[in-house]
Design a protein around this ligand. Structure first.
Ligand code: DAH
Length: 328
């Protein structure tokens, strides 16, 4: 029996060693390990052996089975490697084939504008202040010289969360928060959402974006304000743009102005501005005999419309990919 076992093993080793394909390997596997294969035949012979030999030979047959299995398994792995190498040697990467261009998203027009404005002002020494959309009545109105019964409140009606808490109607509240927390010289901007009761139409929305500008120092004049705004508008709309300054009224500035850009013979409303009212300076703890300030508030939505040629404000909120793609 031992001789037969050795013979099967030698046969199998020689045969499997010469095999080159999976098909041949499968055949060999059946030949040695199959139901009627060499191993199975030897197993049958086991029955006829005397009991004392059965254990020893049985053990040897188990070893034979393990060895045969290993031969097949190793060969299989060898063939796999061979096939893979063959495939790799045939496949060549053509590095000259042009790749598909990656498509990137872009910033939303308003966001792009905000970034541009922030860069513009930060480069000129302004500090960027972050404010919250929820504001107290005091910072939104009272401290800006708009007491409870002031008629100016009507134009800026908003959502009241309770009697003292509102969705801010303008970013001007950040003027007060800044002046309360630091003494001049102050050069700050703040940007974000503002909320007002308004019907949605081509140029109005109850939620919009503003940028607030505040400068407080000794010897600050209206000429500084106008110069600052002229430079800003030229940056936004081109060097050739002229500006028109009109008198206006805001409770928190004295005098107050509104500025239009003059482009292609048309006047485009740009912003409200003015010299910070002495009462506002005083309420925020700044001595109005020593310091003067100027401030301005700029609506970003209409400016984005102008810059990107959008005729209806609502288009900015509809995720129209062709519109968004204009922003580079
Ligand atoms: N807060 C004003 C508004 O939303 C805009 C404004 C006007 C801001 C004059 C200012 C300013 O800082 O000085 O209508």
């Amino acid at each position: 029996m031992e001789k037969q076992i050795k013979e099967v093993l030698d046969n199998a080793t020689a045969k499997i060693a010469s095999i080159k394909t999976k098909q041949e390997l499968m055949q060999a596997s059946t030949e040695f390990l199959g139901k009627n294969g060499a191993l199975a035949n030897l197993m049958k012979g086991l029955r006829e052996l005397p009991v004392e030999q059965k254990r020893v030979v049985g053990e040897q047959l188990n070893q034979l089975r393990d060895m045969l299995n290993k031969l097949v398994k190793d060969k299989d792995a060898e063939i796999e490697t061979m096939l893979l190498n063959e495939k790799l040697s045939q496949e060549k990467v053509d590095v000259t084939i042009p790749v598909k261009p990656m498509s990137y998203g872009t910033l939303h027009p308003i966001e792009a504008l905000k970034k541009d404005l922030i860069n513009y002002f930060v480069a000129r020494g302004f500090e960027l202040k972050d404010g919250g959309d929820i504001e107290t009545d005091y910072y939104c109105f009272e401290a800006l010289n708009v007491p409870k019964e002031h008629p100016a409140r009507e134009m800026q009606d908003t959502f009241y969360i309770d009697n003292e808490t509102v969705l801010r109607t303008h970013t001007s509240a950040m003027q007060v928060r800044t002046m309360e927390s630091q003494q001049p010289p102050i050069k700050m901007i703040s940007t974000g959402n503002a909320y007002r009761i308004d019907e949605v139409d081509a140029t109005h929305s109850p939620i919009f974006n503003q940028l607030e500008i505040l400068v407080v120092d000794k010897n600050v004049t209206l000429a500084d304000l106008i110069g600052t705004i002229e430079d800003l508008i030229k940056h936004l709309l081109g060097e050739k743009t002229e500006i028109r300054v009109r008198p206006s009224y805001f409770p928190f500035t004295e005098p107050s102005i509104e500025v239009d850009a003059v482009k292609d013979g048309q006047y485009i409303e740009m912003l409200g501005a003015g010299m910070v009212h002495p009462k506002v300076l005083e309420m925020s703890g700044i001595d109005s005999n020593i310091y003067k300030g100027f401030a301005a508030g700029l609506g970003l939505d209409r400016l984005a419309m102008l810059k990107y040629g959008v005729s209806d404000l609502r288009e900015l909120y509809e995720n129209d990919i062709n519109l968004l793609k204009q922003v580079k």
